[in-house]
Design a protein around this ligand. Structure first.
Ligand code: ATP
Ligand code: MG
Length: 196
């Protein structure tokens, strides 16, 4: 990300000194909200036999709270690999990812799984719906693992992606776009802090 972008984001920071008595103020205090996600120097490659495919070569980026970020690049450029890495699903070979002040890939895998379950939503490129579960059951699945989503909330999410009349269909009985919308409903349910 160009330095100028970072600089312009920080212009949203507020000067805040009203809570202090005038004699306590020796300067001005700049409060800058930490980015929600901070990635630094991410490297990731895949080994295919003797060949090594270098996909991510020193990626650094910050994502602010409520910011929408678009990744564009040629097919095979590494977009999905980067998303997986930022979401704690694909450990980088080197570099760090910090989400809401906490370092991913440094704690236990069960802690990371709980973090993903409670705070992150994913819309996978390949949908990853379970074929033996209906659309509604797929949306409710994260709730079974730990989220507190109710059936009503899951139905609301499906209605929001215009699938109210397809809730009891299996993935094989849905079009590709409808399956993708079920995946979106699953990601939206329970209001995650971040959606990938
Ligand atoms: N598990 C893996 N093992 C080996 N190579 C992999 C693996 N995952 C991805 N790759 C390779 O890494 C490169 C980047 O893949 P990635 O899926 O991140 O691309 P992408 O930018 O998301 O592409 P698309 O736009 O087609 O979805 C590709 O060349 C791919 O073949
Ligand atoms: Mg991809």
């Amino acid at each position: 990300m160009p330095e100028s972008d970072l600089a312009s984001r920080q212009t949203t920071a507020a000067f805040c000194h009203r809570a202090l008595a005038p004699e306590q103020i020796s300067g001005r205090y700049l409060l800058v909200q930490q980015p929600q996600l901070i990635a630094r120097d991410i490297y990731k490659s895949f080994r295919m036999g003797a060949r090594r495919i270098e996909v991510l070569r020193g990626i650094s980026m910050d994502i602010a709270h409520n910011e929408t970020v678009f990744l564009s690049g040629a097919s095979g450029a590494g977009k999905t690999t980067l998303l997986y890495t930022l979401a704690g699903l694909e450990r980088p070979e080197s570099g760090t990812v910090k989400f809401e002040g906490r370092e991913l890939y440094s704690g236990s895998s069960s802690w990371e799984a709980r973090l993903r379950n409670e705070k992150m939503g994913f819309v996978f490129q390949g949908y990853f719906l379970l074929p033996e579960l209906t659309a509604l059951e797929n949306v409710l699945l994260p709730a079974m693992i730990g989220r507190r989503t109710t059936k009503g909330e899951a139905e609301e999410s499906l209605a929001a992606v215009r699938l109210a009349d397809r809730m009891h269909h299996l993935p094989a009985e849905l079009s590709g776009g409808e399956q993708q919308r079920v995946a979106i409903a699953r990601a939206l349910t329970n209001n995650p802090d971040i959606i990938f």
